[in-house]
Each structure stands twice: as C-alpha cells, then as structure tokens.
Design a protein around this ligand. Structure first.
Ligand SMILES: [Zn+2]
Length: 89
C-alpha cells in the first residue's frame, strides 16, 4: 500500500525591522520545526504586501553527496551541511 503525500505551505506572519532579520527568524523557526516534517530548506519569506516575491532563506546548492547545503542563502564560506556558528570575542 502506498500513501500519497502532498506539499502544503503555512503562512506565518512575523513582525521585524527588515528582510535580513526576517530571514534569520525564518531559518530559526524552520530548523526548530524540522521534527514536524517541515522541509526547512525550502523556507522563504516575503513582504506581507508583496507575497509573490519570495526570498529564500537557505542556500539552494547541492553538496557532492546530493544533500542540500545547510547554510543561509548568501553565505561567504564553502557550502556545507552544517551551519557555521560564529564565535563572539
Ligand atoms: Zn551553500
């Protein structure tokens, strides 16, 4: 027996100051919800008044093993599965 699955999108409004912060919040929420079958890598954000213009929050590139990169969309280090944690001095 095969169970068919479909993709759905939850639109969850947030309030913040700019797109950069919206992307950070979206990545954090997506990672936190992966245990609920969330496809975190496909997470996008848009302005409420312009929902057709979506901004990816994760890098879309594939790694040599076929898995997707786990870093933010505009990262400046080589693609990797794991996110890079910045250390504060
Ligand atoms: Zn990448």
């Amino acid at each position: 027996m095969t169970i068919e699955v479909s993709r759905y999108v939850i639109h969850l409004p947030i309030v913040t100051t700019d797109l950069v912060r919206a992307r950070v919040l979206a990545r954090t929420a997506a990672r936190a919800l992966t245990f609920l079958c969330v496809d975190a890598q496909e997470t996008t954000v848009s302005e409420e008044h312009n929902p057709d213009v979506r901004h990816r929050v994760f890098c879309p590139r594939r790694l040599p093993d076929g898995r997707r990169c786990g870093l933010r969309i505009d990262h400046d280090v080589p693609c990797t599965r794991r996110r890079v944690r910045r250390r504060s001095i």
